[in-house]
Design a protein around this ligand. Structure first.
Ligand code: HEM
Ligand SMILES: *[C@@H]1O[C@H](CO)[C@@H](O)[C@H](O)[C@H]1NC(C)=O
Ligand SMILES: *[C@@H]1O[C@H](CO)[C@@H](O)[C@H](O)[C@H]1NC(C)=O
Ligand SMILES: *[C@@H]1O[C@H](CO)[C@@H](O)[C@H](O)[C@H]1NC(C)=O
Ligand SMILES: *[C@@H]1O[C@H](CO)[C@@H](O)[C@H](O)[C@H]1NC(C)=O
Ligand SMILES: *[C@@H]1O[C@H](CO)[C@@H](O)[C@H](O)[C@H]1NC(C)=O
Length: 287
């Protein structure tokens, strides 16, 4: 392990790190609009953030969270000209997820997926090796053809997890992460599975548990998670509300760490070192 690797890990894992970037403002939870609890649930004016199906020229990408935020107008509905600040505001306003370090880093790294210095489109964020990785929960691998669009067959691993109860949790999320790797090794023997991929994969699992459910308990109703993935819609009609407690460094890293710790993960394959692609035409850096 060299220093670059360690500093990469420090920012990528951010597990157990008590952040200092939490914003003190309590956006969106001032309670006004309580006379109209549905249209102002969570302090958001949902009349301004209705779900709309994306049009044929709207850009969407591999992240069900960002696609959903665009479908509700927290991000530009066309999915284009997105800035780092747009992403941080959208995640804050739509999910009550504060701009903690991992979120700021993710948003900045996404800007590397394009040659445009200021803006990224959701589709561009699918650049393989930037954030986009193999062995997703709901998308195929880049090498297999479509790493962007929702794939119900792949999603079945998650959809059928935690049988007998109506919620997903830390245990089931970790089992899904493991099972996807077992299955994906068969169809894509060249897949990349380093500490970077498992970090992102367990973080993305913590994203669906925390934003659709209870970040402290690490549980989320299956119905809500399934709608986020399948319809890229916030399940307001079904009873979902933004997390009543801000998702931040006081709760999110512990959840991610719990999912990570619940997996029996080992690196595998030809590429063992974490890597980053720093612009569409490369180069690729290994750590
Ligand atoms: C709280 C906000 C967010 C939520 C709820 C969320 C949710 C998710 C989930 C559940 C996945 C896994 C999809 C899968 O494996 O099939 C994912 C993947 C992804 N997310 Fe997000 N995400 C959020 C923020 C972000 C941010 C800030 C970025 C940066 C632009 C981002 C970019 C991506 C990308 C590129 C992927 C694809 C990774 C892959 O599967 O290869 N996400 N996201
Ligand atoms: C989408 O873009 C095409 C090509 O520029 C254009 O002809 C079409 O009218 C656009 N469709 C919509 C719904 O904006
Ligand atoms: C928006 O993004 C497109 C490419 O995605 C670019 O051509 C256009 O110039 C951008 N608009 C602004 C205002 O930057
Ligand atoms: C997750 O739910 C399953 C099914 O109820 C249960 O067996 C398991 O203990 C739960 N995991 C955690 C961490 O609570
Ligand atoms: C979330 O879970 C925690 C710990 O299990 C519990 O104390 C809290 O009341 C739950 N929050 C909600 C909104 O259900
Ligand atoms: C995960 O394991 C690490 C290393 O053993 C430990 O420091 C950390 O507290 C664990 N995380 C959780 C949430 O239990």
């Amino acid at each position: 392990m060299n220093l670059l690797f360690l500093s990469f890990l420090a920012s990528a894992l951010a597990v157990g790190v008590q952040g200092h970037s939490g914003q003190s403002e309590d956006h969106g939870h001032s309670g006004h609009g309580s006379s109209d609890p549905f249209n102002h649930a969570g302090g958001v004016d949902w009349n301004l953030h209705k779900w709309e199906k994306p049009g044929p020229n709207d850009s969407r990408g591999p992240c069900p969270g960002l696609n959903t935020l665009a479908n509700h107008g927290f991000l530009p509905r066309n999915g284009k000209n997105i800035t780092v600040q747009n992403i941080l505001d959208a995640v804050n306003d739509g999910f009550n997820f504060r701009p903690i370090d991992i979120m700021v880093v993710a948003a900045k790294v996404a800007l590397l997926s394009t040659d445009n210095v200021n803006y990224v489109t959701l589709e561009e964020s699918a650049l393989y090796g930037n954030i986009e990785h193999d062995t997703s929960l709901s998308r195929s691998d880049y090498a297999l053809g479509d790493n962007i669009h929702f794939d119900e067959t792949i999603y079945q691993t998650l959809a059928s997890s935690n049988p007998g109860v109506d919620y997903y949790n830390i245990t089931s999320a970790a089992q899904v992460v493991e099972q996807r790797l077992i299955d994906d090794k068969i169809v894509n023997p060249g897949l990349i599975n380093t500490i970077k991929e498992i970090t992102f994969r367990t973080r993305e699992s913590a994203f669906y548990l925390s934003t659709m459910g209870n970040v402290t308990a690490g549980t989320a109703p299956k119905k809500f998670v399934d709608i986020l993935f399948r319809e890229e819609r916030l399940p307001l009609q079904e009873g979902w509300r933004p997390s009543p407690v801000p998702i931040d460094d006081s709760n999110f890293p512990a959840l991610q760490s719990a999912v990570f710790n619940a997996t029996k993960w080992e690196p595998s394959g030809k590429v063992i070192c974490p890597w980053i692609r720093d612009q569409p035409e490369g180069p690729v850096f290994f750590f």
